[in-house]
Design a protein around this ligand. Structure first.
Ligand SMILES: [Zn+2]
Ligand SMILES: [Zn+2]
Length: 405
């Protein structure tokens, strides 16, 4: 059955009878979480369901990634929909019946839910074939691995060359927003997230003879304070930036002055010029600051994820589709910037599209992402699945539409 562009688009109620199936799927994935590039069981399950439903499935795209393609009608447009499948190295403490059975590994970012939502859309699109063009489903590994993330690896494996898409979309759940509400933003949405490793080399010695040493603990402690001036005094107050010293290691014993110290920084920004300024100032300040103490420093920058920049027309389309599905009062088209990072940014650099966030609920005390008590909200599975299906139908029928603001 091939429906034309005039075919009725999916409504929430069309998927409501799928709720038990999606809940069961989501909880099964939650019980068996796998770390980045180890998503063997998850990707096998995803691939076999998609095959069963009639999708053309390719496995091992960028490691454990799965890509599924389906074409219907005669339309030439091509849309990509992406979900992430990996879990985190966290020991779950939720106490839920479907809690992780893998010690020290947990779906604490809701990627179990993202995978289940996209499977829900896959089921509906395959059953109805009510779309006119090509839908490509991208189940990516290792979103949490930052600089070594699965999006980059899939791209390096020829993702969009082997499976061409005109536009690509992703969704992430958002604890703190009402369940099933959509947060969408045109242009920059999520921060660039980089890492900096600093090694300070001094001269170790006896705690009783500090004058014969270059004490790297003192240098490191003073550098932590000095680094705060980068955001406070170098970045324009109207721009956003974060510099967090997340790790500081120096010395092991009370009576030994250490000759080495190490700092690990997480650095987040939106404007590429700010990102460059941060790199430059961290390097200059660190080098000259430690020199003042007679030490020297090695500064290593590790590019993490670039900024998530939504294409204006793609974000506008996502907003229209969300409004049609859940109503104007449940869609924020001007959502605030997020300081978190997302490796979907790499896909957006290769293909225009948008990332949307879907409220996971905002009950008081509800755990945030990466919290060992977190759980994805099953009540939004059908909303997410219906959004994906309707977005595909709408884009393939009408393209980005007229709203190009
Ligand atoms: Zn995460
Ligand atoms: Zn995540």
């Amino acid at each position: 059955m091939t429906l034309t562009t005039a075919a009725p688009k999916v409504e929430l109620e069309h998927l409501s009878d799928r709720a038990p199936m999606l809940r069961e799927l989501r909880r099964r994935i939650h019980q068996h979480p796998e770390l980045g590039y180890e998503e063997e069981a998850t990707s096998s399950m995803v691939a076999s369901l998609l095959q069963e439903w009639g999708w053309e499935v390719t496995r091992e795209v960028g490691g454990t990634g799965v890509v599924a393609v389906m074409q219907a009608g005669t339309g030439l447009r091509r849309i990509g929909l992406r979900a992430d499948m990996d879990a985190l190295p966290i020991q779950e403490t939720s106490g839920l019946p479907w809690a992780s059975q893998n010690a020290g590994v947990m779906h604490a970012c809701g990627h179990d839910g993202h995978t289940a939502m996209l499977l829900g859309a896959a089921w509906h699109l395959a059953r109805t074939r009510a779309f006119d063009g090509t839908v490509t489903l991208i189940f990516q590994p290792a979103e949490e691995l930052g600089a070594h993330g699965g999006a980059q690896r899939m791209l390096a494996d020829g993702l969009f060359k082997r499976f061409p898409c005109d536009t690509v979309f992703a969704a992430h759940n958002h604890p703190g927003a009402p369940a099933g509400h959509f947060l969408i933003r045109r242009g920059p949405f999520m921060a660039a997230s980089d890492q900096v490793s600093i090694r300070i080399i001094g001269q170790g010695g006896h705690a009783a003879r500090p004058h014969l040493t270059v004490d790297t603990t003192l240098v490191a402690a003073s550098l932590v304070v000095a680094l705060q001036s980068v955001v406070a005094r170098n970045v324009n107050p109207l721009d956003s930036a974060v510099l967090t010293v997340g790790a500081l290691q120096s010395g092991k014993a009370a009576n030994v002055i250490p000759g080495h110290a190490a700092l690990e920084l997480s650095v987040r920004s939106f404007d590429p010029k700010v990102r460059e300024l941060l790199r430059q100032r961290i390097h200059e300040l660190t080098t000259s600051h430690v020199q003042g103490y007679g030490a020297r420093a090695e500064v290593q920058f590790l590019d993490g994820t670039p900024m998530v920049v939504n294409d204006n027309r793609a974000a506008a389309l996502a907003e229209r589709v969300a409004v049609a599905l859940v109503g104007r009062d449940r869609v924020d088209g001007q959502a605030p910037l997020q300081m978190g990072g997302e490796d979907f940014a790499h896909m957006l650099m290769a293909c225009p599209g948008a990332l949307v966030r879907i409220g996971n609920g905002c009950d008081q005390g509800q755990p945030m992402l990466h919290d060992p008590r977190y759980d994805f909200n099953d009540a939004i599975l059908c909303t997410g699945a219906a959004f994906w299906a309707r977005l595909a139908q709408t884009y393939l029928a009408d393209g980005m539409g007229a709203d190009a603001n």
